[in-house]
Design a protein around this ligand. Structure first.
Ligand code: NI
Length: 175
């Protein structure tokens, strides 16, 4: 397994619509494992393939609480089969927008169809943080970031803050 570099905004690779995987083969499985390792190391609770520069419809999530046993899910070609009419607000962050957060409203519950790590078709019903996380990661497959769900003013503020942080980082002299 390997820890992959995570792409941060703004970057055109985060704005692409990703392609479905033809089959979950060894190459895809290796990518899923690398994505999980990268996500745990970050640390984060979800990661989508475009965040590591791959334009394929693959996401990984694990919302297990700290101290609980890990509960990883690998989803290839995920599709929302049903979403609840009731919505919920959550203060979202993203490994591609480090240290930035905003409240995003999404359906509170979803049912998702996908191929698992063995290529088996599966369905998962999610609520709470898992529902938030799956919808957030699936957005990445359409080139959508959580800031695309908030007002233009808020989005510009966050992207400006991010650009400043990036500039500071690039100017700092390595010790
Ligand atoms: Ni994200």
């Amino acid at each position: 397994m390997a820890i992959l570099p995570i792409i941060t905004a703004p970057d055109p690779r985060l704005k692409r619509t990703c392609r479905p995987v033809a089959a979950v083969d060894d190459e895809i499985r290796r990518m899923m494992d690398d994505m999980l390792e990268t996500m745990y190391a970050a640390p984060g609770i979800g990661l989508a393939a475009p965040q590591v520069g791959v334009d394929l419809r693959v996401i990984v999530v694990d919302v297990a609480k700290e101290g609980s046993p890990p509960s990883p899910h690998c989803l290839a070609n995920p599709e929302i089969l049903w979403s609840s009419e009731d919505h919920a607000l959550y203060n979202e962050g993203c490994l591609s927008l480090p240290e930035q957060f905003a409240e995003v409203e999404r359906p509170a519950k979803v049912r998702v169809g996908y191929l698992d790590r063995d290529g088996k078709p599966r369905e998962l019903e999610a609520d709470g943080l898992l529902a938030v996380c799956i919808q957030h990661e699936m957005d990445h497959l359409e080139g959508v970031l959580f800031v695309d769900h908030v007002s233009r003013l808020k989005r510009e503020m966050i992207l400006k803050r991010l650009a400043k942080a990036k500039k500071r980082e690039s100017e700092s002299v390595p010790a």
